[in-house]
Design a protein around this ligand. Structure first.
Ligand code: GLC
Length: 484
């Protein structure tokens, strides 16, 4: 397909030296020729053409419709949870807020000061062991309360009963702005004993038990909602929030009339933000026609087997391991690395997704960053041609991820029917990969219907500032409506 590195002929890997005469071949020509023909053929499964992406878009839209409707929601795969966020910030929000951010690589506590169109914040990161995120949920919430107490005491606000927004980035069914039921865990978290319980209540109980801290839990939100809100604070055209980080998910603004599960009175906007939980798209087999043999292997190796299948093709938690699996497979077939890898490289998770960003940062023909990575992995015997092939594998995986994320965004833009849309977007893969954004824009331009314009806006700490903004907007609305 057009955006994947093309190959003009198929010499055996490593058979051609770099041509001395730059006029006869460009470096790019030479590089293209070094991609092993068998590897190129095998990677074709990852190259999704526009017809395939359009088919995925149609399926995605059907899934969204099912998630929104009362009678199909219980069995729908893309859950489309109403978030109870009805209003976007309008720049008149004010106050001091606490925020929690759970669901990415780190757990963070923040204090955010919002004053008209300015936000100032301070934050602290707290580490979380694997035992903590896969053990008892009550212990996890005790730990969260402890971190919050440490943070608040240091800043002298522990007794101030500050309003708090909690960015809880897992599937949760909202029953109100500050009531969210844990539906299931994703991204390696697995605290089974609190499934079905309310995040707001768990936090309040854990805090009250301590007796040294007073907070007012005002809002529980998803990181996609936080991302949307933080961008909307600066740009009123923002109508979608997306995360391409450890996980992948999106939210968008829907008409309350279409959100059949939304059961609160319209506070004036007629809209409500919908958390799609679209990482689960494909969990009913709908995407099996694009999933590869190694997608299936990865699915089996990680928690939540058979679940989060769309996310497993897009997000940072899985892409590095997918790349490692492809490289290993081709080495075992004797197509690269002289058929030899290393014990470190043969270990699961030894190849994080950040490696793909580094590998693709090297200029064509240079392998400096890639060689540093390969060296650390005991693969110093890689030739330049091996490096070209490894970069090709990385490019195919990141392109597929970017194209699937673009397809989801275009589907949402078409569904909303709004001609000018800003998409708030965040997440480590989107932020740190050197070409992810460009790849997304190029593909969106190909897929979007004429007459629509859009902008991708990087969110500045959506999970932190967004949480404070959701709490602030809700507090302001209550004041306006005279609700205490
Ligand atoms: C996972 C979570 C979802 C979150 C996303 C990005 O898909 O289920 O709630 O928004 O990761 O962090």
């Amino acid at each position: 397909m057009s955006n994947c590195p093309s190959r003009t002929c198929n010499p055996k890997a490593g058979s051609n030296p770099i041509p001395g005469n730059p006029q006869s071949f460009s470096t790019k020509d030479w590089i293209d020729r070094q991609v092993n023909s068998e590897i190129h053929e095998a990677m074709k499964d990852l190259m999704l053409d526009n017809n395939t992406l359009k088919k995925i878009s149609t399926l995605f839209l059907q899934n969204i419709e099912r998630g929104l409707k009362k009678d199909t929601h219980p069995t729908s795969i893309v859950k489309c949870y109403p978030t109870y966020v009805q209003d976007l910030p309008d720049g008149t929000e004010k106050g001091k807020f606490l925020a929690l951010d759970l669901g990415g690589t780190n757990f963070r506590v923040l204090m955010v000061n919002i004053d008209s169109d300015k936000c100032e914040m301070e934050s602290e990161i707290f580490s979380m062991s694997n035992e903590l995120i896969t053990g008892s949920g009550y212990d996890l919430f005790d730990y969260i309360a402890e971190c919050l107490a440490i943070f608040s005491k240091k800043r002298g606000v522990a007794e101030q009963n500050l309003p708090l927004g909690f960015t809880f980035s897992f599937p949760a069914s909202q029953k109100g702005l500050s009531k969210a039921i844990v539906v299931r865990w994703t991204k390696g978290f697995d605290c089974k004993d609190i499934l079905g319980l309310d995040v707001g209540e768990l936090l309040t109980n854990a805090v009250n038990k301590r007796g040294d801290l007073k907070i007012d839990v005002c809002a529980i939100l998803n990181d996609t909602t936080g991302t949307l809100m933080s961008c909307a604070f600066k740009n009123r055209d923002t109508r979608i929030g997306m995360i391409v980080g450890t996980g992948n998910n999106a939210c968008y603004i829907e008409k309350q009339a279409n959100a059949e599960l939304f059961d609160e009175p319209d506070m004036g906007s007629g809209d409500v933000v919908i958390n799609l939980e679209c990482g689960a798209f494909g969990d009913d087999g709908a995407l099996d026609f694009i999933r590869t043999e190694l997608d299936r292997v990865i699915d089996k190796e990680y928690p939540n087997q058979g679940r989060q299948l769309h996310e497993k093709m897009i997000s940072g938690m899985y892409l590095g391991e997918l790349a490692r699996r492809y490289i290993l497979k081709f080495a075992q077939q004797g197509l690269i690395l002289g058929g030899k890898t290393s014990p470190i490289f043969e270990t699961q998770d030894s190849f994080p997704t950040s490696n793909l960003s580094e590998i693709e940062k090297d200029q064509p023909g240079s392998f400096k960053l890639q060689r540093d990575i390969l060296h650390q992995l005991g693969l110093e015997h890689a030739t330049d041609v091996d490096c070209i092939n490894i970069r090709f594998i990385s490019q195919c995986l990141t392109r597929r991820a970017a194209h699937l994320a673009s397809t989801a965004l275009v589907t949402l833009i078409h569904k909303m029917g709004v001609k000018k849309v800003t998409v708030g977007i965040d997440g480590s893969l989107y932020k740190y990969h050197p070409h992810f954004r460009t790849l997304m824009i190029a593909k969106m331009n190909e897929l979007i219907d004429p007459g629509y314009t859009y902008e991708l806006m990087l969110s500045e700490d959506g999970s932190g500032i967004g949480a404070a903004l959701v709490a602030a907007v809700a507090a302001k609305k209550k004041r306006q409506l005279g609700i205490s």
